[in-house]
Design a protein around this ligand. Structure first.
Ligand code: PHE
Ligand code: ZN
Length: 880
């Protein structure tokens, strides 16, 4: 067992800070082995705090104290108490402001957790969210303490020619021949988690942006010199995001300089530090030959996300970490809107819903379920979850749906006006929206406080005599840890009706008619009635996925095929095709489990043929319509997950469709197969998507001609989308040239770390039978490095989270392997280790034999002697 049982932090225990810090002066003598930090804090009692305490308690971890002084008088050892997590100064002035000076040292090179100040490749950088600042110096490291920072950095000129921190550069110079210094000042008060510094041999790619009000902003992206040719897309994305936020939310950038630094070693995607974003290289670097279309889209989304945080996160921040979704849910919603406006709205929505349903729904249905606004945590780093981010964004989207775009904007304007410069709560946000619109969101609030995915059971009844349709909607929500009973949610359900020729049937509801309405589902059971319907219409429900719920409605294959042809709502049209495929696949799974022969219904073949033959202006959308539901989504719908049956049934459908529609797939493949490298217009992306999904079907036929097609595309592609798509189909088949292609790819790209990550992930996710052996040998590959999070995610993460058939091998080798790696990572990087445990968290969903094997590995993990809080929390809650 671990040394001491870790403590739980509760929202209900929140109290305002006892002291405030007005200004912070930081002085860094930077060196990778030993950095000296001198901190000078102007402190005073917080008038809001009612405490009687004369003492001051500061947070600090893994720091070496050198000296302490208050108002110039140094403190003796009996005037303070130091422990592993805090510094307690027994007595500080109560009736006036005072200056506390702290001198301490830290060791960046020894920091493998990548939190605080650390070394990434040759450069020094920081990561302070959520509680990393306390690994730099002692501080009131909590987001409701906001201070103005002045930061001086000094370092060796040759190793660290570029020295960056937040705000504006105000001074600098040489110390001697070898060392230099720079001072930065950030005029905006900020919480410590937004502090950043970077030092290294970096090249800047520069540009500028003129704001709506005419201010000239300097934009800089800092990368290592070999990456200078991969910054153009990130820069363009940044400018697009800045313009978009002005146009959509009326929000302008506030400093004169905006910097982005790309680093190789990063626990997450990117970080919104004020004026100095630090990014995982994965979300900055792109060149047509090294990055796929999806990479380009992710980069634009993440660049937007971090930029949007400047208002939703930085200017207005969180009072405490329970409010994380205040900034993350809202900012994800904003980046989703931005990406939708920049590309295909339909495709973006489908992609977001797909991710939510496969991953967040699983989280919400498992042992780690928690509300969007959690009420307790052991380690806050474990709460950067799909629920806080993705479901949080859905909650904001529902508010947008309920208020309409204008009402939502009015509410946001009030939120920004009221709370600029403050650290606030989720209630403050909802409250601003309510006040600006005279709305009442008291029931809606349950979306923040109740965990679990609501289920809607819908039955329809057509009354021919009265020409009425009655829809009865029952809502329920399963119990989640700590929440046995749930009250009914306020659920916006968008609805359309289709006549039998496929056109919209007018919806007569409350004596008014329209083509689409939003129903307010608020009770456990409600019936909605629609008049003037001479014929029974086909119902299109939950259009645009207007609420993050599970919709259960008995539908015939014919109705689904009808909606797939005619629904004017692009989301529901796609959804009808998915539901159709799901029904078919589950029939096949049943047949497999009963050892019956498989046969594919012609209805699905006809539906797919229609999609292949229809004319689409948005080819990305057409490609999505042709995609079969992913195995992990199918798994989520199964009582007891049968990974092998899911895989086999889905493969059977893929191969059967390919056989029966081969000419159609070939026709479209040939039509769009020409290389359009460098063209990132939405229509060119669409052509690539469509061509590559056709290739994916065709290669399942395992014929020499189709094998050759894939190989030809692999060797001739001038862009990574086409090259990767070809290699992925090869790696997932019995292609005779598989080993040769993988080798060739490695040698072609061995100098491009992000491409080599793809090479690892591709092999780790192959459904072919020898994959586990491949994964083991890749662990010993000289390019594998357990200290690089991107590599760990590409190999261990991809295998354990995106390779159901092989990870869940019946002999348990996948589970034991994962636990081995979690324990190694636990000692190096607890955050990454705890992310990897999620592969075992869903153990209750599998058959008994697998349950036992998975549970054994979880137990092995919790009994490890030096378990981090991070891993302890996830593993122990998974077992509970
Ligand atoms: N706040 C970052 C984001 O969502 C994520 C992050 C959290 C990065 C913690 C690093 C550490 O944009
Ligand atoms: Zn964020």
């Amino acid at each position: 067992m671990r040394d001491a049982s870790p403590q739980t932090v509760y929202l209900k225990d929140y109290t305002p800070p006892e002291y405030l810090i007005e200004t912070v002066e930081l002085n860094f003598d930077l060196d990778e082995q030993l950095t000296i930090v001198r901190s000078s804090l102007s402190l005073q009692r917080n008038p809001q705090s009612k405490h009687q305490n004369l003492a001051l308690s500061l947070m600090g971890e893994e720091l070496q104290l050198i000296s302490l002084a208050i108002d110039g008088v140094s403190l003796d050892e009996d005037e303070y108490t130091l422990d592993k997590e805090s510094l307690l100064i027994h007595k500080v002035p109560q009736d006036r402001a005072f200056q506390l000076k702290i001198e301490n040292s830290i060791s960046p090179a020894a920091n493998t957790a990548l939190e605080g100040l650390y070394l990434s490749s040759q450069m020094l950088c920081t990561q302070c969210e959520a509680q990393g600042f306390r690994k730099i110096t002692w501080f009131l490291d909590r987001p409701d303490v906001m201070s103005r920072y002045k930061v001086t950095l000094s370092a060796a000129k040759d190793k660290y020619p570029v020295l960056l921190s937040n705000g504006n550069k105000i001074a600098g110079g040489d110390i001697d021949q070898n060392r230099h210094w720079v001072t930065w000042e950030d005029p905006f008060a900020k919480p410590s988690y937004l502090f950043a510094l970077v030092a290294g041999q970096l090249e800047a790619v520069s540009d500028e942006f003129v704001t709506h009000s005419g201010r000239r902003i300097e934009l800089q992206i800092f990368v290592e010199s070999h990456n200078v040719d991969k910054c153009a897309h990130a820069m363009q994305s940044l400018k697009n995001a800045m313009r978009w936020d002005e146009e959509t939310y009326g929000l302008e950038y506030d400093l004169d300089l905006y910097m982005i630094v790309a680093v190789d070693h990063f626990n997450m995607g990117a970080m919104e530090n004020k004026g100095l974003n630090i990014f995982n290289t994965k979300f900055v670097l792109a060149r047509p030959d090294t990055a796929t279309d999806s990479d380009y889209e992710y980069i634009e989304g993440v660049i937007g996300h971090e930029y949007f945080h400047n208002w939703t996160g930085n200017r207005i921040t969180c009072r405490d970490w329970f409010q994380l979704s205040l900034k993350e849910g809202f900012t994800v919603f904003r980046d989703q809107q931005f990406s939708a406006d920049r590309s295909s709205k339909a495709v973006k929505r489908i992609a977001d819903v797909n991710a939510l349903r496969t991953r967040q729904f699983a989280e919400d249905a498992g042992p780690l379920a928690h509300p969007v606004r959690p009420e307790a945590y052991i380690e806050i780093n474990n709460f950067y979850t799909l629920t806080v981010y993705e479901k949080g964004a859905e909650v904001v989207r529902m508010l947008h749906t309920l208020l309409g775009p204008e009402g939502f904007r009015k509410g946001c304007d009030l939120y920004f006006a009221r709370h600029d410069g403050q650290a606030v709560t989720c209630e403050d946000f909802v409250n601003a929206l309510e006040t600006a619109n005279q709305a009442d969101f008291s029931q809606f609030w349950l979306w923040y406080s109740q965990a679990g995915t609501p289920v809607l059971d819908v039955t329809e009844h057509y009354d021919a005599a009265n020409q009425q349709l009655h829809l009865t909607i029952k809502q329920s929500c399963p119990a989640t840890p700590g929440q046995a009973q749930k009250a009914p949610f306020h659920i916006p359900v968008k609805l359309g009706l289709l006549s039998d020729d496929g056109s919209a049937a007018p919806i007569w509801f409350n004596q008014q008619s329209s083509n689409e309405i939003t129903l307010h589902v608020t009770a456990a059971e409600q019936t909605f009635s629609f008049a003037n319907l001479a014929q029974a219409p086909v119902v299109s429900l939950l259009r645009g996925f207007s609420a993050p719920v599970i919709l259960k409605m008995e539908r015939s294959l014919e109705d689904l095929a009808f909606l797939l042809r005619h629904d004017s709502d692009t989301f529901n049209r796609w959804e009808a095709g998915q539901q159709l495929a799901i029904k078919v696949i589950f029939e096949l799974i049943k047949n497999l489990q009963n050892q019956q022969a498989l046969q594919l219904t012609p209805l699905l073949v006809d539906a797919w043929r229609n999609i292949l033959q229809d004319k689409f202006s948005d080819l990305s959308y057409q490609a999505m319509l042709l995609s079969l539901p992913e195995e992990s989504y199918l798994a989520g719908l199964m009582e007891v997950i049968d990974v092998d049956a899911i895989h086999e049934a889905r493969e059977f459908v893929r191969i059967s469709l390919a056989k029966q529609l081969q000419t159609e797939f070939q026709r479209l493949y040939t039509l769009y197969h020409r290389d359009e490298s460098g063209n990132f217009q939405a229509d060119a992306i669409g052509r690539r998507r469509l061509k590559n999904i056709c290739l994916n079907y065709l290669i399942s036929l395992e014929t020499p001609e189709n094998y050759e097609l894939a190989e030809r595309q692999f060797y001739s592609a001038g862009n990574m989308t086409d090259q990767m798509a070809a290699l992925a189909t090869i790696a997932n088949s019995r292609h005779p040239a598989k080993a040769r292609s993988l080798d060739s790819f490695y040698h072609q790209w061995r100098r491009e770390a992000l491409v080599i990550d793809k090479w690892f992930a591709l092999q780790a996710t192959s459904s072919m039978p020898n994959t586990f052996a491949t994964v083991q040998s890749l662990m010993r590959h000289h390019a594998f490095d357990i200290k690089t999070p991107n590599r760990v995610r590409a190999l261990i993460g991809a295998f354990s989270q995106s390779n159901p058939v092989n990870f869940h091998a019946k002999n348990g080798e996948g589970y034991a392997f994962l636990a081995d790696q979690v324990l190694v990572l636990n000692d190096l990087n607890p955050q990454i280790a705890s992310r990897m445990v999620t592969g075992l968290a869903q153990w209750r969903r599998y058959d008994e034999e697998r349950q036992i094997l998975m549970k054994q590995q979880l137990q092995r993990i919790v009994s490890y002697a030096h378990l981090s809080k991070d891993v302890y929390e996830i593993a122990s809650k998974s077992l509970a």
